[in-house]
Design a binder for this molecule. Structure first.
Ligand SMILES: Nc1ncnc2c1ncn2[C@@H]1O[C@H](COP(=O)(O)OP(=O)(O)OP(=O)(O)O)[C@@H](O)[C@H]1O
Ligand SMILES: [Mg+2]
Length: 250
């Protein structure tokens, strides 16, 4: 069996709306061989979310393979895919998506898969997760009483509750100011190191890239590596290796 976390080969996804075809992801190859913070940059409409959703088993490619832990997500039957979505992948979104009537701790608990463990064991797990994301003192607060950064920390704790091997984050700092964004990315980077977690972050924000262990650029459905040419590369904008290709019209 492969030791890779992910092996994508020739992954393509075309949306059909009426008679129009939109090739959102075009023959993407990608190998991720271990834990780290992988950042995928690229402008709006370049296919970043489409790719991330396929990597998390939320959508399937039209062609190509997505190998994950010995499975091809493109061809896995629905029941097994659902199980992976619950247990192997954690998802974090721009809009936090917390349940407004539940406290921080209850939001985390609501996502926990049944383990057969007792309720005190479960309470200890939730407390440990909230501590891990720096929110112990906010455990009983409703989302409306939390800042955006704090809400995103709850969402990250929730994403970790079933101890996934991959965290997939789509614009996790899109609703946050630059300082809070940097704190959230630092947290993801620390979690990646401490938990041997593969974290894939999709972002528009070039500052996020400064903390990445690996950077990729999505442009018009194609994915390419961004080499670390200088230590400041992440802070000076978006060094596109594919410059010159057509701009998306939308
Ligand atoms: N469900 C859908 N049906 C039809 N077209 C879609 C659908 N989802 C995305 N698209 C199209 O596919 C292309 C890629 O979209 P995608 O959402 O993956 O881009 P993105 O890089 O995540 O953009 P953004 O940075 O704005 O979130 C776009 O042209 C978009 O309009
Ligand atoms: Mg998107």
């Amino acid at each position: 069996m492969s030791e890779m976390v992910y092996e994508l080969s020739a992954v393509s996804r075309t949306y059909r709306t009426g008679s129009a075809l939109i090739e959102a992801v075009k023959s993407v190859d990608l190998a991720i061989d271990g834990p780290g913070l992988v950042v995928i940059q690229g402008r709006s409409g370049s296919g970043k979310s489409t790719l991330l959703q396929m990597m998390g088993g939320l959508d399937r490619p039209d062609s190509g393979e997505i190998r994950f832990q010995g499975n091809d997500l493109a061809r896995l039957r629905e029941g097994k895919l659902t199980q992976l979505r619950r247990l192997a992948f954690g998802f974090v979104f721009q809009a936090f998506n917390l349940i407004p009537t539940l406290s921080a701790a209850e939001n985390v608990e609501a996502a926990a898969a049944p383990t057969g463990g007792g309720s005190s064991e479960r309470r200890r797990l939730i407390a440990r997760l909230l501590d891990e994301v720096g929110l112990t003192s906010r455990a009983r607060h409703l989302p409306s009483r939390l800042s955006g950064g704090e809400q995103q920390r709850v969402a990250i704790a929730r994403a970790l509750v079933n101890n996934p091997s991959v965290l997939l984050a789509d614009e996790p700092t899109g609703n946050l100011d630059s300082r809070t964004s940097a704190e959230i990315i630092s947290l993801l980077s620390r979690l990646s190191a401490e938990r041997d977690l593969t974290v894939v972050v999709v972002t528009h924000d070039p500052a996020v890239a400064a903390q990445a262990t690996r950077r990729l650029a999505m442009e018009d459905g194609h994915l390419a590596e961004i080499p670390f040419t200088s230590p400041l590369a992440g802070e000076v904008g978006f060094p596109s290796p594919l410059a010159g290709e057509g701009d998306p019209a939308a």
